[in-house]
Design a binder for this molecule. Structure first.
Ligand SMILES: NC(=O)c1ccc[n+]([C@@H]2O[C@H](COP(=O)([O-])OP(=O)(O)OC[C@H]3O[C@@H](n4cnc5c(N)ncnc54)[C@H](O)[C@@H]3O)[C@@H](O)[C@H]2O)c1
Length: 244
């Protein structure tokens, strides 16, 4: 018997990367999945986001693991879309037990600069709150809310260095810090209802967000056109453990 046998998990940003990995792992452990992803690019985000084909691949992988999945193209910045996707998922799968609110962007050096700030705060902070708030009415005793933060939440340097230079990058760190405080406060209020809320702060993860030109340039500002191999040498610099 799987660790989440018979549960239903709602995952944002599920078309690829960590979101897909969570969907497949939860399915392997017995959960049905409600998956959403924007499935198109944003002009301020200088690497591609997921495609409709990516979301279909997640569907196939979850089904291959023997579980059901309802996949909907939805933007986490739009609460009404998330409410609709959840209603569709719950109509088919019966209930909601787990929320994994983790869709995110990293518009490093994005232009127009303040639009990059708006997009990253709207996606990585408001988008997570939207997913959680849309879910709360459906969660009951034993439920679990998981938000994905980032080790960037601890990097005050991003905020202090060169004010106004890179609002997309600064907004990323700000969104993750603010998200942490939100989840801590949420956890205090959900706990008496026997519902958990946790925020997880990954370091570098081997996904398209990290494996992108803007990220290679951020880690290797000394090179004009850094590659993944160049960046791999610098990736451990932000980690307490020497792992890229
Ligand atoms: N990759 C890393 O090194 C790293 C490190 C720390 C934290 N994180 C965080 O992990 C989470 C997952 O990122 P990932 O590494 O899997 O990157 P990723 O780019 O592969 O996946 C992010 C997913 O979110 C989706 N998405 C983006 N904006 C959306 C929106 N408005 N509505 C719905 N979906 C949207 C994308 O299409 C994509 O499928 C993010 O919150 C990210 O900030 C990543």
């Amino acid at each position: 018997m799987g660790r989440v046998e018979g549960k239903v998990a709602f995952i944002t940003g599920a078309a690829r990367g960590q979101g897909r990995s969570h969907a497949v792992r939860l399915a392997e452990e017995g959960a049905d999945i409600i998956a959403v992803d924007i499935c198109h690019d944003l002009p301020t985000n200088d690497y591609p986001l997921a495609s409709p084909d990516d979301l279909q691949e997640t569907v196939q992988l979850v089904e291959k693991a023997g579980r059901r999945i309802v996949a909907v193209e939805a933007d986490v910045r739009d609460r009404a879309s998330l409410t609709g996707a959840l209603a569709q998922g719950i109509a088919e799968l019966g209930k909601l037990d787990v929320v994994v609110a983790q869709a995110g962007i990293m518009p490093l050096g994005g232009e127009p600069a303040m639009q990059a700030w708006t997009d990253v705060v709207d996606t990585n902070l408001l988008g997570v709150i939207n997913a959680i708030h849309a879910s709360i009415p459906h969660l009951t005793e034993g439920g679990s809310v998981i938000a994905t933060g980032s080790a960037a939440a601890f990097m005050v340097g991003i905020q202090l260095a060169s004010p106004g230079d890179n609002p997309g990058g600064a907004g990323y760190a700000y969104a993750k810090r603010a998200l942490s405080e939100f989840v801590h406060e949420l956890a205090r209020n959900l706990a008496p209802r026997m519902i958990r809320a946790n925020v997880v702060h990954p370091t570098n993860c081997n996904t398209p967000m990290l494996n992108s030109d803007p990220m290679y340039k951020a880690f290797r500002p000394d090179l004009p056109n850094p590659t993944r191999e160049d960046a791999l040498l610098a990736f451990p610099s932000q980690n307490a453990m020497p792992i890229p």
